[in-house]
Design a protein around this ligand. Structure first.
Ligand code: 13P
Length: 341
C-alpha cells in the first residue's frame, strides 16, 4: 500500500456527514451487553445481532466504516454473504480490532496495558487479505488516587506507536485510541490534564517510531467530568475544553479525530460532537467512532427477536443520521425527536 492509498482510506473514513461504527466488542464485552437485554451470548446470536446492524437499509449513508472483531470479519450474514462484502456493498469500509485487550500492568495497581503486539505483522497481512483496510488499538488510562502514573502513560503510548507503525507498514490505516476513562469522580479539569498528558506522550511516541501522521486517525476520549463527579460540565464546556486540549496536542498533519463515546449517553455523545463542529476552525475533521452511543437504543429494541429487526434498524439509522448531522453542527432537538414523531 502506498502512502497515497492509506491517506485516501483515512480521508474516506472521515468524509463529510459520515462516521465510524465500532462494532468490535470482544466475546466478553458483548456478553455484558447481551446480559442487559437477556440474550444468550452464542456465535449465532452475535451473528444475528451484527446482521441486524449491517443490513440496515441506508447503512452507508452515515457509516463510512465499521470496526469488526476477529470472529465477525470471518462471519457471513444470515443470507450467507461475508460481512465484509455486506459492508463494502453499502460503501462502508471494513476495519478490524487488532489489540488483544487491556490487562493489568505489572507493579502498577489499578492500571492497565494493552496486549497484542506479538505476531501483529502476520495478523495485519491476514486481515488485509480478508478485506480490512483499517485497524484499531485501544489503550486505557485510569484516573484515581495517585494514578495515572508516568509508567502507565508511557508504556501505553509506546505500544500504541508500535501498533501504528506495524499497521502502516502492513497496509492498514491505524486508528490510535488512547482512552482516558470517565468512570471516576474527577472534575473535568482533571480529565483535561490527564488527556493532555496522554496525548502529548502518544504523539511523542508516534514521532519516535516514525509513524507518518497523515496516514493515521486519532480516537480520543472527549474531555468530560468523571461520571461520579457531583458537578457535571455542560455541552458547551465539554466542547470548548475538548477542543482546547486537542489544539495543544494534535498536529494538523493528522487528518481526522474520531471520538469514542466511552459511556456517555447516546444523545450526549451526539450533542458534544455537534457543539465542537459548530465552534469549528479546526485543522482536522471531527467525527465519531462510537460503539455504545450508536448501538445502545437499537440493541435494546432488537432484544434478540427477529420480529424486532426492522424497528431496531430504524432506530440505528436515526442515531447514525443524528451523528452524521453533528459532523457539520446541524444536529437539533427537532431531528432527535423525528423518530418518535
Ligand atoms: P464506545 O463508543 O462505546 O466507547 O466504544 C468505542 C470503542 O471502540 C471503544 O474501544
Amino acid at each position: 500500500m502506498s502512502a497515497q492509498e492509506l491517506e485516501a482510506i483515512a480521508r474516506k473514513l472521515i468524509a463529510p456527514a459520515r462516521g465510524i461504527l465500532a462494532a468490535d466488542e470482544s466475546t466478553g464485552t458483548i456478553e455484558r451487553r447481551f446480559k442487559s437485554i437477556n440474550v444468550p451470548n452464542t456465535e449465532a446470536s452475535r451473528q444475528a445481532y451484527r446482521d441486524m446492524l449491517f443490513t440496515t437499509p441506508g447503512f452507508g449513508e452515515y457509516i463510512s466504516g465499521v470496526i469488526l472483531f476477529d470472529e465477525t470479519i470471518r462471519q457471513k450474514s444470515l443470507k450467507g454473504v461475508p460481512f465484509t462484502e455486506v459492508l463494502t456493498r453499502s460503501n462502508s469500509i471494513p476495519g478490524i480490532k487488532v489489540d488483544a485487550g487491556a490487562k493489568p500492568l505489572p507493579f502498577a495497581p489499578d492500571e492497565m496495558t494493552t496486549e497484542g503486539l506479538d505476531g501483529l505483522p502476520g495478523r495485519v497481512k491476514e486481515y488485509r487479505d480478508m478485506g480490512a483496510r483499517f485497524a484499531k488499538w485501544r489503550a486505557v488510562v485510569t484516573i484515581g488516587p495517585g494514578i495515572p502514573t508516568r509508567y502507565c502513560i508511557e508504556t501505553n503510548a509506546h505500544a500504541l506507536a508500535r501498533y501504528a507503525a506495524i499497521c502502516v507498514e502492513g497496509g492498514l490505516v491505524p486508528i490510535v485510541e488512547p482512552e482516558v476513562l470517565m468512570d471516576a469522580d474527577n472534575t473535568i479539569e482533571t480529565c483535561f490534564d490527564v488527556t493532555e498528558w496522554t496525548l502529548k506522550s502518544v504523539f511523542n511516541a508516534l514521532y519516535e517510531q516514525r509513524v507518518p501522521l497523515e496516514q493515521i486517525l486519532l480516537k480520543p476520549n472527549m474531555v468530560v467530568s468523571g461520571k461520579k463527579c457531583p458537578v457535571q460540565a455542560g455541552v458547551r464546556q465539554v466542547a470548548e475544553m475538548t477542543l482546547k486540549c486537542l489544539r495543544r496536542c494534535v498536529p494538523p498533519a493528522v487528518p481526522g479525530v474520531v471520538f469514542l463515546s466511552g459511556g456517555q449517553s447516546d444523545e450526549d455523545a451526539t450533542a458534544h460532537l455537534n457543539a465542537m463542529n459548530q465552534i469549528g476552525g479546526n485543522p482536522w475533521e471531527l467525527s465519531f467512532s462510537y460503539g455504545r452511543a450508536l448501538q445502545a437504543p437499537s440493541m435494546k429494541k432488537w432484544a434478540g427477536q427477529a420480529a424486532n429487526v426492522a424497528a431496531a434498524q430504524k432506530i440505528f439509522h436515526h442515531r447514525a443520521k443524528c451523528n452524521g448531522a453533528a459532523r457539520s453542527g446541524k444536529y437539533s432537538d427537532a431531528m432527535e425527536r423525528e423518530l418518535a414523531a
